[in-house]
Design a protein around this ligand. Structure first.
Ligand code: IMP
Length: 430
């Protein structure tokens, strides 16, 4: 199999929001193709350069590198309206984007009934809700698994077939909306008018991306796989049921792109220098005090997609070690290290204990995870502004010690350190 070494996978090791967008943009310069393989516009990837910040939800974060082809793989769920808005918003800065962007004909699509059913379901759950992004992600993946009412991107190439299908689906969905939830029905004709226009606009970008990517592997092209969300939100390996509906670990890259896992040379796990989580679910190192608030403010920890305040806590290396092993990582990227500046204390979680007894493994049972208390290790904080550091030796001794301790606990080298949002604010280590 060709071009293994040149192919890199980027995956979040916690609950998403690890600043993967910045790392993808950075490494895109060294790759020919960037492919998103999971999730949808629940993701919020941020890229900053030249004094401007760009927020992305669906288009791969390699879009600003003119030499790259951007692929939305079959494992992604695509809201065509969001996709087109995003292309329009960024195409001035992303030359020839429409010619460089391929959307898998196998990717499933998000329609108005998906977000509507999700909003009704979350409301009815009350306290037991998941705290989703309300973008229709879960219902779209549910339809994909269920098959009966699912619609793939490729169906936009057959508008007459799709118009009839939309009529059927809306009719079935309206039964539930009106009879179960007592909510007004959707108007199939209006939905079709709107989506037929989106279909026309996305048509030229729809392609058999599996065939394209397999060909790219054979031609020795360097491919960068962009994971969305994070390993602890993975539908199979995350903190179920408080997870997203896709394979958000490295395990999703194969089904989500069609490229066999054996073709991937390097796996780079991304972590923030502290840990955050959005939505409901257990979070053992969460700081529900002034320190947590300080991290949130210093790190601007508000959701890129929903604007919700993120829950903040100490770096959870116990959870990260689990994710690192699960993804088979080769190296780590630590982001937002600059945010820890000036904290009155600095800790990392090295283990979990339940009733005073240490756990051998990251719990598979959410009830155990709820009870887990973090075992914390004190590290020396720093007060220096590190945002201008460009070499590891530019960092103060304390910040270097923090990075080295993380390497030691996780058992993988830290190859990238981000000290600010801009592309340039990065330290690379051999
Ligand atoms: P969903 O993906 O909208 O179904 O939301 C399920 C859970 O995943 C919720 O806790 C969300 O807050 C979380 N989530 C989904 N996408 C992201 C992301 O890109 N970053 C962080 N959390 C996310």
């Amino acid at each position: 199999m060709k071009s293994r070494e040149g192919n890199t996978l980027i995956v979040g090791l916690t609950w998403g929001d690890e600043a993967k967008g910045k790392i993808v943009d950075l490494l895109a310069a060294e790759h020919d193709v960037v492919v998103r393989y999971n999730g949808g516009n629940n993701a919020g990837h941020t890229v900053a350069f030249g004094g401007r910040t760009y927020k992305l939800h669906l288009v791969p974060s390699g879009l600003f590198r003119e030499g790259t082809t951007c692929v939305i793989g079959g494992g992604v769920v695509v809201d065509p309206k969001v996709l087109l808005e995003e292309i329009a918003r960024h195409e001035a800065q992303a030359p020839r984007l429409r010619q460089r962007l391929l959307v898998s004909s196998r990717a499933h699509t998000i329609w108005p009934w998906h977000s509507k059913i999700e909003a009704l379901s979350e409301k009815h759950q009350g306290k037991g809700k998941i705290g989703t992004t309300l973008r229709g992600i879960g219902p779209a993946y549910a339809d994909k698994a269920n098959r009966v009412h699912a619609i793939r991107m490729g169906e936009f190439l057959r508008p007459e077939h799709l118009r009839r299908k939309v009529e059927r689906v809306v009719e079935a969905r309206n039964e539930a909306f009106t009879k179960i939830y007592g909510d007004p029905p959707l108007d199939a004709a209006a939905v079709w008018r709107e989506y037929a226009a989106y279909g026309e606009a996305v048509r030229p970008m729809i392609a058999d991306t599996t065939a394209y990517l397999l060909g790219a592997v054979e031609r020795g092209k360097r491919i960068l796989f962009e994971g969305a969300q994070g390993t602890l939100l993975d539908i199979d390996h995350g903190t179920y049921p408080y997870v997203t509906s896709s394979s958000a670990s490295a395990a999703g890259a194969w089904p989500g792109s069609g490229v066999p896992a054996r073709a991937i040379g390097q796996v780079l796990g991304v972590v923030k220098a502290y840990t955050t989580r959005v939505g409901e679910g257990p979070f053992p190192t969460e700081l529900k005090d002034a320190l947590g608030d300080q991290i949130r403010e210093q790190g601007h920890e508000y959701g890129t997609t929903t604007g919700r305040p993120r829950r903040c806590g100490w770096l959870d290396t116990f959870a990260i070690r689990y994710s690192a092993r699960l993804n088979g990582i080769d190296a780590i990227a630590i982001t937002l290290l600059d945010v820890l500046r000036g904290l009155p204390q600095l800790k990392v979680c090295t283990a979990y204990a339940v009733d005073g007894k240490p756990l051998a493994e990251f719990p598979d049972d959410p009830a155990v995870l709820e009870q887990a208390r973090p075992v914390l290790e004190d590290l020396e904080p720093w007060t220096e502004d590190i945002s201008a550091a460009r070499k590891f030796t530019d960092l103060p001794r304390t910040a270097r010690a923090y990075v080295k301790r993380v390497e030691e606990i996780i058992g993988a080298p830290v190859r990238v350190i981000s000290v600010g949002p801009d592309r340039e604010q990065t330290i690379r280590r051999p």
